[in-house]
Design a protein around this ligand. Structure first.
Ligand SMILES: *Cc1c(COP(=O)(O)O)cnc(C)c1O
Length: 452
């Protein structure tokens, strides 16, 4: 048995997989907030280059990956699939546990899988500057790297709590040549409004998105870029699952359970969608998206039309949401502090093709530390949510007296998140739940937005 299953560069997928082609219920269209009519590609043109808009609305099953993008993917892909033999021993389980390790990328997570094609298509369209937001800093780092690779300017609005918690992320982005601002900032109306309402706000991804969109919409040479949620982002990430499938073919295994953390849904989609294709065709496989109990849109949110950002600049998206004005607790898994889930993941959850689980941060860090001691890799706090769910599934298999094959996404390493681990060791991290009343306040605000 091999510990690591490695592919060759020629095995890097040549196409992205678009699950829309196979979904039994197609996703509902994004709506214009004023007219409540489906938006057209042209409505998005001030923000995104046309190639990405076409991917956003495409129903083609496979979309070719440009040669320049595959060439850049070779910097770190294919990523290894690793059998978690040491974790299996530590847990005393006869389950087979595999993880796809996306932390081998230049920025340490799965995010460059979409940052590279997004920067490429912007460059091709003659865009000079890309503006984006970042939570924990993973996305901002990935886009900074991708912009450096293709020669485009990059500016990043970083959620203030993470800006303060993770100074090294900012320096990494600066190293790749990007400008970084704490969000809310005084550069935008959205930021100034938020600071006026609450000068001490920790910020949120939804708010940082508003800031980035506001600037991009007001400048011809500048486009906006999003690191999760949108269909084209999830599309780009499907190279993860396609590689994992090939790697598991080599071992002769097929997963019973697939697990990944979900912030907006991109790494979960990336690993699971190529397998959900099989599930739709009749194969049995459970796919579990794991969210923080302190930002429980999948397990406690509502499936409704809502804005993707706090200010209401985006189209209305049909998704599981806690309401765009919801500010998640200031937990360390910054990448999971987002009020909504991608349209594609939301529809699949509604249709019972995927499952959701919410876990408190102490259980997640305990799982992450156990994993680090066993396998030697310190996971990103977001990834710890997946590992905690893996342990739950192992315990469940033990109770049922069965052996399962479990595949999870180790979507990033935690080397730039050590302050979070320090807080955990110092006993400063607490579990956080919202009351049902707290969870309905922001949802009430969006009832009026629903189409008739
Ligand atoms: C961004 C990020 C997430 C959450 O985003 P998804 O789009 O749901 O994948 C999770 N883990 C890491 C390491 C991230 O960088």
């Amino acid at each position: 048995m091999e510990k690591k299953i490695l592919l060759n560069e020629k095995d890097i997928p040549t196409q992205w997989y678009n699950i829309v082609a196979d979904m039994p219920n197609k996703p509902l269209p994004p709506l214009h907030p004023g007219t409540k009519q489906p938006i057209s590609g042209e409505d998005l043109a001030p923000l995104f280059p046309m190639d990405l808009i076409q991917q956003e609305v495409s129903a083609e099953r496979y979309i070719d990956i440009p040669e320049e993008v595959r060439d850049a993917y070779r910097i770190w892909r294919p990523t290894p699939l690793i059998r978690a033999t040491e974790l299996e021993k530590a847990l005393g389980t006869n389950c087979k546990i595999y993880y796809k390790y996306e932390g081998t990328s230049p920025s340490g997570s799965h995010k460059p899988n979409t940052a590279i094609p997004q920067a490429y298509y912007n460059k091709k369209a003659g865009v000079k500057r890309i503006i984006t937001e970042t939570g924990a800093g993973q996305w901002g780092t990935a886009l900074s790297f991708a912009c450096a690779h293709f020669g485009i300017d990059c500016e990043v609005y970083m959620v203030r709590i993470s800006f303060n918690q993770k100074p090294y992320r900012k320096i990494l982005m600066n190293t790749f040549g990007a400008k970084v601002y704490a969000s809310p900032s005084t550069n935008t109306q959205a930021g100034r409004n938020a600071l006026e309402a609450n000068p001490d706000t920790p910020g949120s991804l939804g708010l940082a998105i508003s800031e980035a969109i506001e600037i991009a919409a007001g400048d011809e040479d500048t486009k906006y870029s999003l690191g999760s949620v949108l269909n084209h982002v999830l599309l780009h990430q499907t190279i993860i699952g396609q590689e994992a499938k090939k790697q598991l073919e080599y071992t002769g295994d097929y997963p019973d359970v697939i697990i990944a953390p979900l912030g907006g849904g991109s790494n979960f989609a990336g690993l699971s969608f190529p397998f959900i294709k099989d599930k739709i065709a009749g194969k049995e496989v459970r796919c579990i998206a794991v969210e923080p109990a302190s930002c429980p849109k999948l397990t406690k949110g509502k499936f409704m039309y809502d804005f993707g950002d706090t200010q209401g600049y985006t189209p209305l998206l049909p998704m599981y949401t806690l309401g765009h004005t919801f500010t998640p607790a200031a937990i360390h898994a910054g990448g999971l502090r987002y009020h909504g889930a991608s349209v594609l993941c939301s529809q699949l959850l509604k249709d019972g093709l995927i499952e959701a689980s919410a876990i408190q941060q102490l259980e997640c860090f305990e799982a992450g530390v156990l994993f680090a001691k066993a396998e030697g890799i310190v996971p990103a706090p977001e990834a710890n949510h997946g590992i905690a769910q893996v342990i739950r599934e192992v315990n469940r298999a033990k109770e049922e007296g069965v052996s399962k094959t479990i595949l999870f996404n180790l979507c990033g390493h935690g080397f730039v998140d050590m302050a979070a681990y320090q807080d955990y060791f110092d006993g400063k991290l607490v579990n956080h739940s919202f009351t049902d009343e707290e969870l309905t306040t922001a949802i009430k605000d969006i009832e009026a937005l629903q189409p008739q």
